[in-house]
Ligand binder design. Structure first.
Ligand SMILES: Nc1ncnc2c1ncn2[C@@H]1O[C@H](COP(=O)(O)OP(=O)(O)OP(=O)(O)O)[C@@H](O)[C@H]1O
Ligand SMILES: [Mg+2]
Length: 222
């Protein structure tokens, strides 16, 4: 299967934005894309990330298939689930990921927050990615502090035996600090990872996809 786990260095750094851009770039090449946001928190009506991902990928699956767990509190999944007296079934998510990967050419899976966010007790996104052998794409905000956040994420993923395909820097905010022009090179020099895209701030939100190294993100599969 060709699948990719889109993780971030934090919440709100651009995971959904980048995953949607990747999905659109794949679709323009005639590649069938499936998406998953296995757990979305802070959901009071529709799961916004899952809806955005489904639209970008033109994934015909139901929202239940794409996002089996929707939790109300805007907290880490394990914490939000506990507040509702629910338990996330990690095996069920792992099985669903494998099934969904078989339904398309590429499956993009977005986590919630970063790699060490708990999804059930002390089980984290990292554990799930390891269980299903998902290669990782790291998304980070292009601002001061991102070198450390990217390096920590890359090191944790590599120590767990995951393949890290590279990183993408996004700009959720129009405000740029002085580090924005040097972060990518500094991260590559420190981690040996390739920068697969620089998503400069697009004022209209999900606009036309800026260039992304799609082949490298998918390990050369396309
Ligand atoms: N390059 C960009 N240009 C314009 N808007 C962006 C860009 N990157 C991110 N955003 C916007 O910033 C906000 C946060 O981005 P996004 O939702 O992708 O983050 P996330 O990491 O998926 O967050 P979460 O942890 O909630 O899933 C969104 O409104 C998104 O549209
Ligand atoms: Mg998101």
């Amino acid at each position: 299967m060709s699948a990719l786990f889109v993780t971030g260095t934090d919440t709100g750094v651009g995971k959904t934005f980048v995953a949607c851009a990747l999905a659109r770039a794949l679709r323009t090449r005639g590649i069938r894309v499936a998406v998953m946001k296995p757990i979305e928190t802070g959901v009071t009506a529709e799961p916004e990330d899952a809806v955005r991902l489904r639209a970008a990928a033109a994934d015909p699956a139901t929202l239940d298939e794409i996002c089996p767990y929707r939790l109300r509190a805007p907290l880490a999944p394990a914490v939000a689930a506990e507040l509702e007296g629910r338990t996330v079934d990690v095996d069920r998510i792992a099985t669903r990921i494998v099934q969904r990967a078989g339904s398309a050419d590429v499956l993009l899976v977005e986590g919630a927050g970063g790699l060490l966010v708990p999804i059930r007790g002390s089980i984290t996104w990292l554990d799930l990615a390891v269980r299903v052998s998902l290669p990782v794409l790291i998304v980070a905000a292009n601002r001061l502090g991102t070198i450390n956040h990217c390096a920590l994420t890359a090191r944790v993923a590599a120590a767990a035996g995951l393949t890290v395909r590279g990183f993408v820097l996004s700009e959720p905010s129009a405000a740029r600090d002085e580090s924005a022009s040097t972060n990518a090179a500094a991260i590559s020099a420190l981690t040996g990872l390739r920068c697969l895209g620089m998503m400069t701030h697009a004022p209209a939100g999900d606009g036309p996809a800026p260039p992304l190294a799609v082949e490298a993100a998918l390990g050369g599969a396309y």
